[in-house]
Design a protein around this ligand. Sequence first.
Ligand code: NAP
Length: 248
Amino acid sequence: MQTTATLLVTGGSAGIGAATARMGAARGYPRVVITYNSDRAGADRVAADIRNAGSEVLVMQVDVSLPEDVTRLFAALNDLPPAPLHLVNNAGIVSPRGSIEDLTPERVRKVFDVNVLGAFEVARQAVIHMRTHQGGHIVNVSSAAARLGSPNQYIDYAATKGAIETLTTGMALELGPEGIRVNALRPGIITTEIHAKGGEPDRVQQLGHTPPLRRPGTAEEVAEGLLWLLSDAASYVTGAFLDVTGGR
Ligand code: NAP
């Protein structure tokens, strides 16, 4: 893959974001910017792999739910040599398992702050950056949960991903005339630490066999789709939702 673009992956310290950043460097992005929230060591490991692949790397601590952190991120991007920006809007959290009765305003606000307000602000500042630099493309990380609603699990999390899909549709329509493509990818049940962080360390073991392909997905299988959506191979694709769910 020949590209001059800078790859920006929010939540690049673990899971899907880490796999995407590593694969992006291996596939020829000359510069990869990764953000982490709390896992500095994880981000450093990913950064070392990016350097070993021959790409430049910038690592930044960014809590996407804090607008001032997002502003600091894009100020740093402004200082890099000009290049198109390819954004993987990936940082996210899940809620603990619960029924509708458990969805208190405090709990719902917490997941919306990161998954919705955070993703919106990253997307907003990315577009400002693209307009004043050399354009770019965006892929928002949704979830099969947006389709499935996650009953008795986390309807609030599913609803954050519904919002991400509406954001994707609106941005694709608004920005298409400028050549900025905006797509979303829906991972299914993917083996990462997000399930344990949400209080369900055995979720992949319990549910991983349920999709038609009868196994959980890997972060690398998701990264393939994310990088394809950003690449010239997807040059006529915008406003699309790519399911990487094993058929679920
Ligand atoms: P993960 O392994 O837990 O990684 C999540 C990443 O997001 C980490 O880098 C984490 O940073 C970062 N993050 C969390 N809160 C943040 C915040 N407030 N500000 C900035 N960064 C933050 O999760 P994953 O499974 O790779 O999930 C990545 C995306 O895929 C999420 O949007 C998730 O909803 C979506 N997804 C995952 C699955 C799945 O089965 N794994 C399925 C559907 C959708 P630190 O670790 O540094 O704190």
